[in-house]
Design a protein around this ligand. Structure first.
Ligand code: ADP
Length: 225
């Protein structure tokens, strides 16, 4: 199973990415975690990226792509699967990771999009700020990270949709509910992966399932509800 996690800061990429990786027995390669570990360990790379991470700015592509290539090569020597979380964040990174994974013969099966509204993202990030005290979880830096997401990351969803590998899930719900739906979707896809040529793949939008599975629908005028 090879998954790219695509979602805004605060959407639950880390939580869901970790659970998916554990379920399928593949490494969870989270760029933010790797970068923060370098900063905490005071490595050369850590010193190079600290100011970018603290300000919520994107670290230069070359740095993050080298780091990910190393992790992917390690994954290839293991099961060959991965959950990549935090990259790609820009169209250039999307193209670069595609080229890299073609070369390594490990292109993604699924680009998983966790959909969460803006207000809920801010609420979650501020709540996390109090618990974890991450340097980039201040109101100002959160605003910058969300703006960058909207400007440069969200537009790449269309590229994955056209490739037919985008799976979109409504993620403004309890984490367990999101996990259940994601795992069901991935397991179904796993059974067809390899049997359907890439050119025949179709993206899947599950974001409407919310209403079907219990979220209270908006009362319709005249429906008597
Ligand atoms: P979040 O998604 O909540 O912003 P992450 O832990 O994924 O958190 O990323 C934290 C920070 O690490 C980003 O704000 C950025 O500075 C840096 N970073 C992570 N991934 C990338 C990437 N693919 N390209 C550039 N910078 C990155």
């Amino acid at each position: 199973m090879r998954v790219l996690m695509l979602a805004a800061p605060g959407a639950g990429k880390g939580t869901q990415g970790g659970l998916i990786a554990e379920h399928f027995g593949v490494p969870h390669i989270a760029t933010g975690d790797l970068l923060r570990a370098h900063v905490a360990d005071g490595t050369d790379l850590g010193r190079q990226v600290k100011s970018f991470v603290d300000r919520g700015e994107l670290v230069p592509d070359a740095v993050v792509l080298d780091m990910v290539r190393e992790a992917l090569e390690e994954a290839r020597n293991d099961s060959g699967g991965y959950v990549l979380d935090g990259l790609p964040r820009t169209m250039e990174q999307a193209r670069a990771v595609y080229r890299m994974t073609v070369e390594l013969d490990m292109t993604a099966d699924v680009a998983l999009y966790l959909q969460v509204g803006q207000d809920e993202l801010v609420r979650r990030l501020l709540a996390r700020a109090q618990q974890e005290g991450r340097a980039d979880d201040t109101v100002e830096v959160i605003g910058r990270r969300l703006a960058l997401y909207r400007e440069v990351t969200e537009p790449i969803l269309g590229w994955y949709e056209r490739r037919g590998i985008l799976v979109s899930v409504a993620a403004e719900r309890a984490a367990e509910d999101v996990t259940r739906e994601v795992l069901v979707a991935l397991k179904v896809l796993q059974t067809v992966a390899g049997q359907v040529p890439d050119s025949d793949r179709r993206s899947i939008d599950l974001t409407g399932l919310d209403a079907a599975f219990g979220a209270a629908p908006e009362p319709q005028p005249g429906s008597g509800v």
